[in-house]
Ligand binder design. Structure first.
Ligand code: MF3
Ligand code: CO
Length: 260
């Protein structure tokens, strides 16, 4: 069931989205060769709590961290660990903040130091595809229009779209209806309506679309171990307009001319 939000609820969604955006800005200060993903996770957890929020991923279905750490071939849901980031890695940091009963969900994939041209091109394309999806997200159109726009854009550039993982509705719960896939046909799926809050999150692979879930039951990686990238925003449809509630501005401020 898709729950449509009132103006008051969207205001709360917006506050949660701002805190998760600032959390990614904090993470941006720390992503560099030599840091463990566990340290990044701890910093994010503390930041969220210090600002009155709740790290919503922590303990969600048993997930053991605040931040999903997606290094290189990890698509989504990687555990924070002792892994030490290395020059040339890419790391997606995906996290959800609950504030005043509402959730904001967001992901940014960072370059670690200098990265290869191929890796950079994957990040640029995946991030662009998020905005292509947002552009297609218009009141009166359908969820399949978003999905098709992302798929078409990424496949044209020679990348593949993960099938098993999707974007989603969001609100009091981190995952609500509808599912928002990154592949599909135009004119299909639920109609986009005022009051809807959704997360769009393309997960795009350099090689084949196939994934494997590791034995821990969570970590999702590419089957061919080629790179995967992931960017995510939380959006609301208000008075016929699509508002992006989260922002990469805090990340951009920290990264300066290294910003992708
Ligand atoms: N943005 C991720 C998702 O929508 C957040 C997952 S949190 C976790 O799946 F706890 F489930 F890992
Ligand atoms: Co999400």
């Amino acid at each position: 069931m898709i729950t449509l939000k009132t103006a008051e609820e969207i205001e709360k969604m917006s506050a949660a989205a701002d805190l998760v955006s600032r959390t990614l800005g904090e993470i941006a200060k720390w992503v560099a060769p030599g840091i463990t993903t566990r340290k990044i996770d701890q910093i994010a957890c503390e930041f969220i709590r210090d600002n009155g929020g709740k790290p919503a991923c922590l303990g969600y279905g048993g997930f053991p961290g605040t931040v999903c750490c997606e290094v290189n071939e990890i698509v989504v849901h990687g555990f924070p660990s002792n892994y030490v980031l290395r020059e040339g890695d890419i790391i997606g940091t995906d996290t959800v903040v609950e504030l005043d009963g509402y959730n904001g969900d967001m992901c940014y994939t960072f370059p670690v130091g200098e990265i290869s041209e191929e890796a950079r091109r994957l990040l640029v394309t995946t991030k662009e595809s998020l905005y292509v999806g947002i552009e297609a997200c218009q009141e009166g159109r359908r969820i399949g229009d978003i999905a098709n726009a992302i798929q078409t854009f990424c496949e044209k550039r020679g990348y593949s779209v993960v099938r098993e993982m999707c974007g989603h509705g969001i609100g009091r719960k981190m995952h609500e209806d509808p599912e928002v896939p990154n592949f599909g046909r135009r004119g299909t799926g639920p109609i986009i309506k005022n009051g809807m809050c959704i997360c769009i999150e393309p997960m795009i692979n350099q090689g084949s679309k196939n994934i494997v879930i590791e034995r821990d039951g969570w970590t999702c990686r590419t089957r061919d171990r080629k790179l995967s990238a992931h960017y995510e925003h939380t959006l609301a449809i208000v008075d016929g307009k699509t508002e992006i509630l989260t922002t990469f501005d805090y990340v951009k401020e920290v990264m300066g001319d290294r910003y992708i």
